[in-house]
Design a binder for this molecule. Structure first.
Ligand code: FDA
Length: 305
């Protein structure tokens, strides 16, 4: 099922036609407050009393036109202005291929530099998502070049990739900001763990490796996962090592385990909710279905009920 859904995420015909179907539009609302910037910002307001921060991401990937990439960068500048005007505790998270990486890495770097500088004006960070494994090296290259000039930049790393311990060790001397996730793409066994137990074990040991650096303030560490058992095991390890739980943060997606997001925030964890919005939600939504088969049943129920 996971492999089929991830194949569907890449399929061009489905990408063009499925989002037009009303039941798909209804189903996606479970994970997305709306397609417009204002709907995203309004959803962000609901987290303010809960002391949960926000990450905004405007959906879209693999753009094939540099003018469109410029449009995306302009959109994010507008979003940063609006976040600032509302005084929200919010940052943005972007995909390199949405800013032109398939066409021109230098142009992408320019857009990222502009956004990092803009985010810094409000003491915020710019986060860079990690896409499929073909982009790991180019994305880390962009990250290193950006980080040299802009301390307020974070990057996502995927625990399922066998290379990630090496990447972490290479990034640690840069005082990085790292969001650790399990990984959402369909990667071959040769380069990635495919069994959940192996991915979870890799995730935990990577976080154990990074926690002392987070404890000393040399790393901003975000656990990008809804796996609360895993978060609690990592938190137990931190406490045992004398590292307070507010030395790292938890990032989860809008619409997933909202009860746990509220609980963790109440218990003193620093929590951020990632709100995705925009009309290019198809591939992103298919990856959310692939993560949990029960979501497919939910989507089907939108069709029949
Ligand atoms: P796991 O899949 O083990 O799920 C743990 C529990 O969480 C499940 O039992 C279920 O209760 C709940 N859950 C998880 N996914 C769900 C879903 N879709 N619907 C409903 N419930 C669900 N990936 C990537 O490759 N590049 C990236 O840049 C990012 N960025 C990113 C940012 C943030 C803030 C998050 C939270 C995640 C990502 N991801 C990502 C996605 C990540 O790689 C992974 O696919 C998902 O987080 C699902 O894995 P979990 O860690 O939640 O664990």
């Amino acid at each position: 099922m996971r492999t089929m859904l991830l194949w569907m995420a890449r399929n061009r015909f489905l990408k063009e036609h499925l989002p037009r179907l009303w039941f798909a539009r209804r189903a996606v609302r479970k994970f997305m407050p709306g397609e417009t910037i204002e709907e995203a910002l309004d959803a962000g307001e609901t987290f303010r009393p809960l002391e949960i921060g926000i990450l905004y991401t405007n959906l879209g990937e693999n753009l094939t036109d540099l003018d469109q990439a410029k449009g995306v960068a302009d959109h994010y500048h507008d979003m940063l202005d609006k976040v600032h005007a509302r005084g929200q505790d919010a940052e943005i998270s972007v995909k390199p291929t949405q800013l032109g990486l398939d066409m021109d890495a230098q142009v992408t770097l320019g857009h990222l530099e502009g956004l990092a500088a803009h985010a810094a004006e409000a003491n915020g960070s710019l986060w860079i998502d990690m896409e499929g494994s073909a982009y790991t090296d180019p994305t880390l290259d962009l990250y290193r070049r950006l980080k040299a000039e802009h301390p307020n930049v974070g990057v996502c790393l995927q625990a399922y990739l066998r290379r990630t311990p090496t990447d972490v060790n290479e990034l640690l001397p840069l005082s990085p900001q790292i969001r650790m996730v399990k990984g959402a793409y369909d990667e071959p066994e040769t380069i990635a763990f495919r069994r959940k137990a192996e991915v979870d074990a890799a995730y935990q040991s990577l976080c154990v490796l990074m926690l002392p650096h987070a404890g000393r303030g040399e790393l901003r560490l975000a656990l990008g996962t809804h796996d609360t058992n895993l978060i609690e095991r990592i938190a137990d390890y931190a406490r045992g090592a004398g590292i307070a739980i507010d030395r790292f943060e938890v990032q989860m997606l809008y619409g997933i385990r909202m009860d746990q997001q509220r609980r963790l925030a109440k218990e003193g964890y620093r929590v951020r909710d990632l709100i995705a919005y925009g009309d290019a939600w198809y591939a992103w939504y298919m990856r959310r279905l692939a993560e949990r088969p029960a979501n497919v049943a939910f989507a089907v129920r939108q069709l029949i009920g």
